[in-house]
Design a protein around this ligand. Structure first.
Ligand code: ADP
Ligand code: ZN
Length: 730
């Protein structure tokens, strides 16, 4: 390590995770410290974690400068990581202290390596031999010199822990202290590769060649669902491992990670490190530390895994790169896909963006020659893309309060006769989106948000999908107090299940919706069971659109293909296109070809036509032309400003004031739109007002935004959030 070194007493600038707007000067401690060292420093009466960021500014009374307390036993932050955090902070307009918090989200980083007791064969003889004792000794004998935790030994031997403890007392089993944070097992790039199809082999070679350039590059790996994208990018991971570099695979949803981890184990012999909200604190610390020591070769994780302290990062894969969950919508508002590209550019690493339905951003970057493109056109094995048809709802005879058209019903009957599965897709959780009083017309809303409460009949409650608030289903109207007149309006998946069960009383009908499960694991187990044939008709939300395999599924019926086309979101068409294609991709994964049927009231809508024709390139080209003409992303830049307060007048006044005093923005040719009530104008009791800023692609937007925002004081309850490249328009 060649990082700059500071001798004892030198002034150093330290970044802490405390909400202070500047670096703080300290004196380097006894023994000195490296640039990037993780340190503990005094701050008022407290001791806090910090990172040595550079030379002290020296603008503080030198006599009063305190010393760094100690240097933590952690590998110093690399210069490239400092640069990455700084760039993300500048791009997203986030204070550096928050960036550091993001980069140190593991407990006990400063603690001495903690120890735990481990057990292995000892040299002593037990005073008497029992069956239980024999089992323990046999197990330890079988594994020779290896040690295990108490629970592991007991479990392997099938005895209680007291048996093991008894043997320890007699020296027959030895007990020792070992570091808790054990390194990950070494992955073998040549362990279990599959034989690739020609197309897959060509794709894999392109990715390997990119890695061999030893520099930065991004490749869009586009391929229909089931074409083997995962197989192919695991070959890139293998190449990265061969080079002795670390690989990161980002997944959009932790629910999918279990299946993925098993595939990694089958491919490389052992499980990789995991980093997401579902892993324990102990595992988090292990992962953070091992990544920092270069002892974790591969990390599978969610967004924030980008901020782990890699020593030698060679590859970042962003799976399902179009997925909106890559945009963090809380705290630091960053898009993990875009920041992955930034991180790789700084590190000289490769990026693979994998998707069946790429984002327009990535498609445009390929068109502009910034990204390479690798394409898998056919599904692996005999499966082919489903045939797609529209069901014109204007001519179908569907009774009031029902949603399954006769055409779709016939198709489902056909599958039931053949013993094949059908999926009914509706992206609406709960029973009914609206509950209305037939006496007075009142619609039940949330007390804290401007959103309707959604009936969840399984729970027998109303729920606000905005803030999560629930209340019991009332029997009288809260407005006119008439009893028995509350009625559901519109369909949710639970209501679809009712309709479908009535149509097919003998079929096994299940609902797949994220709110029906207590844990990601329970959900995964259920999906697995359904995929194995545990249901005839699946009714699902967008949860099923993501990556799950249903080999016996041959029909997908989309209840309301028009649903996503409404609304003011500039990505509405793109999202609908992606979602419909993904859902359709669930059908016919194995030998039997599938059919996808889209119920729509506007079969001649351009997006619906493009989906049916399967003509992606013309969809992208048309969509790109529209965005270009409107000067919106990816051909222009946008920022959203959300102001909120418990006081409605206060937010509107500030919004109006900001729109008026827009000089710093006008100077770069940017325009301000608004203020307008945010699409959800009240959330958790806070009133929300939105401004949108639009600028040309090359304009220095962040600088201008900072200068603009600095003109206004946020008093009292007022909050301002700046969202660069907003994805959702809430
Ligand atoms: P995608 O990521 O494009 O959806 P996957 O990589 O998940 O596709 O592949 C779909 C299925 O086909 C998986 O079950 C995978 O194991 C299998 N598969 C893909 N390629 C091969 C191959 N070359 N040999 C054997 N099985 C394969
Ligand atoms: Zn609410």
């Amino acid at each position: 390590m060649t990082a700059e070194f500071f001798h004892e007493g030198d002034l150093v600038a330290v970044l802490t995770a405390q909400p202070i707007d500047r670096f703080l000067d300290y004196k380097a401690p006894e023994g000195g410290c490296h640039m990037g060292a993780f340190v503990e420093v005094p701050l008022g009466p407290r001791k806090v974690l910090g990172v040595v960021w550079g030379n002290g500014a020296g603008d503080f009374d030198c006599a009063k400068v305190r010393s760094v307390i100690r240097v933590l036993d952690v590998v110093p932050m690399r210069e490239e990581m400092q640069l990455f955090l700084t760039r993300v902070a500048d791009y997203t307009i986030t204070p550096m202290s928050q960036m550091l918090r993001l980069a140190t989200r593991a407990p006990g980083l400063g603690d001495a390596p903690s120890m735990r007791k481990v057990y292995r064969m000892g040299t002593g003889q037990p005073d008497r031999i029992t069956d239980a004792r024999t089992k323990v000794l046999a197990v330890l004998d079988e594994y020779g010199g290896l040690s295990f935790t108490l629970k592991e030994v007991a479990d392997m031997a099938g005895v209680g822990t007291s048996v093991v403890k008894g043997l320890v007392k007699q020296g027959a089993v030895s007990e020792e202290d070992a570091p808790r944070d054990v390194p990950y097992s070494t992955l073998d790039p040549d362990y279990g590769g599959k034989e690739l199809s020609t197309e897959q082999a060509v794709g894999a070679e392109a990715l390997r060649a990119a890695l061999r350039t030893d520099g930065y590059g991004t490749t869009l790996l586009k391929g229909v669902t089931g074409s083997g994208k995962t197989e192919v990018y695991l070959e890139a991971v293998a190449e990265c491992l061969r080079q002795g570099k670390q690989a990161l695979v980002l997944l959009p949803e932790i629910a999918l990670s279990g299946e993925f981890i098993n595939r990694v184990e089958a491919r490389f012999g052992f499980k990789p490190a995991e980093w997401h909200s579902g892993v324990t604190m102990t595992e988090r610390r292990r992962c953070w530390k091992m990544v920092g020591q270069g002892a974790a070769q591969m990390v599978v994780g969610a967004r924030s895994a980008l901020f782990l302290p890699y020593q030698n990062l060679g590859l970042i894969v962003v799976d399902e790169e179009h997925d909106t969950s890559y945009k963090q919508e809380d705290g630091v508002l960053y898009n993990a896909r875009d920041m992955a590209v930034l991180r790789a550019a700084i590190n000289g690493a490769q990026v693979v963006l994998a998707s069946a339905t790429p984002s327009l951003e990535s498609w445009a970057n390929v068109e502009a020659g910034k990204y390479q493109r690798v394409e898998l056109k056919s599904r692996f094995g005999p499966a082919v893309m489903p045939e797609m048809t529209a069901i014109d709802m204007r001519v179908e005879d569907v009774p009031n309060g029902k949603w399954v058209s006769p055409t779709l019903k016939n198709a489902i009957s056909g599958r039931l006769e053949k013993g094949e599965q059908s999926l009914i897709f509706l992206n609406r959780r709960g029973y009914a989106p609206i509950t209305i009083c037939r006496a007075c017309g009142h619609q039940i809303g949330c007390d804290h948000c401007d959103a309707r409460m959604v009936e969840h009949r399984f729970l027998n409650r109303l729920m606000c999908h905005q803030c999560g608030e629930t209340k019991p289903m009332p029997t009288v109207c809260p407005h006119c107090e008439v009893e028995g007149k509350l009625a559901p309006v519109g369909p949710g998946v639970e209501r679809m299940a009712e309709e479908v069960t009535a149509l097919f009383p003998d079929a096994r009908v299940v609902v797949l919706s994220s709110d029906l499960y207590g844990s990601a694991r329970a959900m995964k187990a259920h999906i697995e069971e359904i995929a194995q044939g545990g249901a005839d008709i699946i009714i699902g939300t967008q949860l099923v659109a993501k990556g799950h395999n249903f080999p016996n599924l041959t029909l997908v019926g989309v209840i309301d293909a028009d649903l996503g086309l409404q609304g003011s979101d500039l990505r509405a068409a793109e999202r609908t296109f992606q979602l419909m294609r993904q859902v359709a991709g669930r059908a016919g994964r194995a030998e039997t070809p599938g059919t996808a049927m889209l119920q729509t009231f506007q079969p001649e809508h351009a997006v619906i036509m493009a989906i049916l024709a399967g003509d992606e390139e013309s969809f992208w080209a048309a969509e790109a032309a529209e965005r270009k003409a409107a000067g919106v992303p990816p051909y222009g830049r946008m920022a959203g400003i959300i102001l909120s307060s418990t006081n409605a007048q206060e937010v509107f006044d500030l919004g109006a004031d900001m729109a008026r005093r827009d000089e710093p923005l006008r100077r770069i040719g940017a325009q301000v739109f608004g203020p307008a009530p945010a699409p959800i104008a009240r959330v958790r009791g806070r009133h929300r007002v939105r401004l949108l800023v639009k600028a040309e692609k090359a304009a220095p937007l962040q600088k201008a935004l900072v200068a603009w925002a600095a003109q206004f004081k946020l008093r009292g309850e007022l909050r301002m959030a700046i969202d660069i490249d907003p994805q959702s328009f809430y």
